[in-house]
Ligand binder design. Structure first.
Ligand SMILES: Nc1ncnc2c1ncn2[C@@H]1O[C@H](COP(=O)(O)OP(=O)(O)OP(=O)(O)O)[C@@H](O)[C@H]1O
Ligand SMILES: [Mg+2]
Length: 459
């Protein structure tokens, strides 16, 4: 079948994505199947019962009328038959032929039953029917009965057999619906309960990605989950140790480099060639700055400043004032737009360092810094820092978040630092559950207007 793979793909794409939804769907489908089967069995049973009751009724009526006719003198029999009222659709006639109908004969069980019933009725032996014809299959809407009277005439009757109504009982249907609903709700609740620890594990993994120092998972619950939680905690511990070792190594090297650098600077002072001395000292100063930044980086990671409510706007104003004080730029090119107060949970020192670097970058590489804070939306606050500089080459937009990565033009010491500002900012914001990205602002013609740093963080 050519359409089959496409249909299978479509069915796959319609499948719910979460484990809880899939399990719930399967359980509810199974429940529906079981309920439908139960309902069918119940309906078939009711149909059987109703049929039985109908045929019994018909038999009683037919035998009753036969008895009345048989015990009446032949001349008055027509009147008795005419007076007969067997309910809607029921007819009875006297004739000289057995009933003419194309219905199949009734079931042998019914035939036997009527004959046995006939024996129980008080009729003299001489008046008992010479022959009995019963027509109407199990699903026929009529039952045709013919009795041959001893004198050769036939009493033929048609009894209506309305189709059985298996769904007639409203009480049953309501009870059934309530039961199904209760079972479905119970299933959903159960699935949620059972799946919840998996979601917790996924959340913990997500949190660990943002902050290696998150609290360990509780190692209780069902044994499989407890094992998974314990394995997860072990893994988190190893990651923490690995990072701590690396950071320690980094700061140790930085620390040990300081003395030789100082020594070399002293030695450079004795160089006779002034040009060479200047170049040498420049390089050594750069090296010293990198070492200092590295040490700071290590310290930032090691320090665990507690998060508390911080007014982001006040923090931003301090950062802008500091930039103005440092005479990085005129106050006119440092602007802020947004609410007057916005409290967010944050580690104030770390947050300040991250934002200060974004502002410093904008001023150094873009000539100005226009900060804008948007009010919280969807639980996140967005902050942008725009400048009017050359922007960042597209291919470097992500790379500049790598430690020590600097775009070539800014390699001179006057404009830049060592290339740790953005990685530190991203590290810190991610630990807050936020993010920082760089992009280029463009006009309609696609020309770059400047760079934009976008920060998001939980409100
Ligand atoms: N607003 C910007 N416009 C243009 N280039 C930018 C901008 N912001 C950052 N960059 C580029 O990204 C590089 C990395 O920035 P980052 O802040 O990490 O380091 P740095 O400013 O060079 O040094 P540090 O911040 O450690 O003193 C910068 O050297 C610069 O080339
Ligand atoms: Mg910087």
């Amino acid at each position: 079948m050519p359409g089959w793979p496409a249909a299978a793909r479509k069915a796959k794409s319609l499948r719910p994505r979460s484990l809880a939804a899939r399990t719930a769907l399967l359980m509810v489908a199974a429940l529906t199947l079981v309920q439908v089967a139960g309902l069918t069995i119940h309906a078939l049973d009711r149909v059987d019962l109703q049929r039985l009751a109908q045929t019994r009724d018909a038999a009683v009526h037919a035998i009753g009328l036969y008895r009345a006719v048989a015990l009446t003198a032949p001349a008055q029999r027509a009147d008795v038959v005419n007076d007969y009222d067997g309910g809607e659709g029921a007819t009875a006639v006297l004739g000289d032929m057995s009933p003419q109908s194309n219905l199949p004969p009734s079931s042998p069980a019914l035939q036997r039953q009527i004959r046995a019933d006939m024996q129980l009725v008080a009729i003299p032996q001489s008046q008992r029917p010479a022959d009995i014809v019963l027509l109407g299959g199990p699903l026929a809407e009529r039952l045709v009965v013919g009795f041959a009277l001893p004198d050769g005439t036939w009493l033929n009757m048609v009894m209506p057999m309305p189709p059985p109504r298996p769904w007639h009982s409203t009480a049953f249907l309501i009870a059934f619906l309530v039961m199904t609903l209760a079972a479905a709700l119970l299933t959903l609740w159960m699935v949620r309960r059972l799946i919840a620890p998996v979601a917790t594990l996924a959340e913990a993994a997500e949190r660990l990605g943002r902050d290696v120092n998150t609290a360990p998972l509780p190692e209780d619950g069902p044994s499989e989950l407890a094992t998974a939680a314990s394995a997860f905690n072990t893994m988190a511990g190893r990651i923490r140790r690995l990072i701590a070792d690396r950071t320690f190594l980094l700061t140790a090297i930085g620390h040990d480099l300081r003395t030789p650098i100082t020594r070399m600077k002293l030695r450079a002072e004795f160089l006779e060639d002034a040009e060479l001395q200047r170049k040498m000292l420049d390089d050594l100063n750069e090296l010293q700055a990198m070492v200092a930044a590295t040490l700071e980086f290590g310290r930032d990671i090691a320090v665990e400043e507690p998060a508390r409510p911080v007014d982001l706007v006040a923090l931003m104003r301090t950062v802008l004032d500091d930039a103005a004080d440092a005479r990085l730029a005129d106050e006119a090119v440092l602007t802020y737009a947004g609410p007057q107060r916005l409290v967010v949970p944050a580690r104030p020192l770390a947050m300040k360092r991250a934002l200060a670097n974004l502002v410093t970058n904008a001023v150094l590489y873009g000539g100005c810094a226009r900060v804008e804070i948007s009010p919280p939306a969807g639980g996140m606050v967005t902050l942008t820092v725009d400048d009017n500089g050359p922007g960042v080459p597209e291919e470097a937009l992500e790379q500049v978040f790598q430690p020590f990565h600097r775009v070539e033009e800014s390699r001179n010491r006057e404009t830049g630092g060592v290339g740790l500002g953005l990685p530190i900012a991203r590290n810190m914001l991610r630990a807050h559950g936020g993010e920082v990205t760089l992009s280029n602002r463009r006009d309609a013609a696609g020309r770059v207007l400047g760079a934009r740093a976008t920060v998001t963080m939980p409100a």
